[in-house]
Design a protein around this ligand. Structure first.
Ligand SMILES: Nc1ncnc2c1ncn2[C@@H]1O[C@H](COP(=O)(O)OP(=O)(O)OP(=O)(O)O)[C@@H](O)[C@H]1O
Ligand SMILES: [Mg+2]
Length: 253
């Protein structure tokens, strides 16, 4: 089953066309890695897919349900708010800079949306929160505050927070780029374990060897379009397009 479909997405900021007609399908259990140079539109693609940014035109569909359609005038139309709320429960997003609430404890960071958005009782939310903190090996940190944690631990809290909401699709935007190499390995392992559990994921990353290991499908973006896509070994080992070749030549293989 297709968990995510993006059709003919376009997005401009003023005169700058940042996403130019991108279409993308993500099947259940698939891991898609998005690679490409700075400014190519990777974060904007994720922000449009998670409705943090509005699309100019195109379609956005989760599990067959439309979050955004496009009218006869070519302009994007979001679904009614009740449907949007439901669809927003299908996905989660993990950011580069963790985006934890600094004045909330680790446990409160994880359970807050379970109570306020998913309307779970405090007892149930805490039970779920502890389950995912345990999964991220953070049980001993539930009373700590974000500033008391390493970057890798903070990122594991934000992954626990996203997982606790039971998303169908999990997006990551450069989840390791704020971390030093040792902590990067820690987070990449967590994401690999999620892939082994068949979590459906879309991951923007600059870690090429990780992308090759973890993804079933690689998308190379440049200038707001998908320049090349395919199996990791095809795109990363044997890129066909000159722009892909130039980009990848900067990384060790
Ligand atoms: N809110 C915004 N307002 C105006 N321009 C924006 C906005 N967000 C992004 N842009 C522009 O859109 C382009 C694509 O940005 P985006 O953040 O999607 O790139 P990226 O591929 O994620 O880059 P990086 O690898 O550096 O994170 C850039 O030229 C950026 O300056
Ligand atoms: Mg980005």
């Amino acid at each position: 089953m297709k968990f995510l479909e993006i059709k003919n997405l376009r997005k401009s900021f003023g005169d700058l066309e940042v996403i130019k007609d991108i279409s993308l399908d993500v099947e259940e259990g698939q891991v898609v890695a998005v690679i490409g140079p700075s400014g190519s539109g990777k974060s904007t693609l994720l922000r449009c897919a998670t409705m943090l940014d509005s699309m100019d035109s195109g379609e956005l569909i989760y599990l067959g349900e439309h979050a955004v359609t496009t009218g006869a005038d070519g302009k994007a139309i979001p679904a009614p708010s009740k449907q949007l709320k439901k669809i927003q429960g299908y996905y989660g997003l993990v950011f580069q800079n963790f985006n934890l609430f600094p004045h909330y404890s680790v446990l409160k960071n994880v359970v807050d949306a379970l109570i306020t958005v998913q309307k779970k009782s405090k007892g149930e939310a805490v039970e779920i929160g502890r389950e995912f903190l345990n999964k991220m090996s953070l049980s001993d940190k539930e009373d700590a505050y974000p500033y008391q944690l390493s970057g890798g631990q903070q990122q594991r809290v934000s992954i626990a927070r996203a997982l606790a909401l039971n998303p169908k699709v999990l997006f990551f935007d450069e989840p390791t780029s704020a971390l030093d190499p040792e902590l990067t390995g820690e987070i990449l392992k967590v994401i690999k374990d999620l892939a082994a559990e068949k979590m459906t994921m879309v991951i923007v990353t600059h870690e090429m060897s990780f992308a090759r290991d973890v993804a079933n499908h690689i998308i190379f973006m440049d200038g707001g379009i998908i320049v090349e896509e395919g199996l990791p070994d095809e795109v990363i080992k044997n890129p066909k397009n000159e722009r892909t070749k130039t980009f990848l030549s900067r990384f060790e293989k």
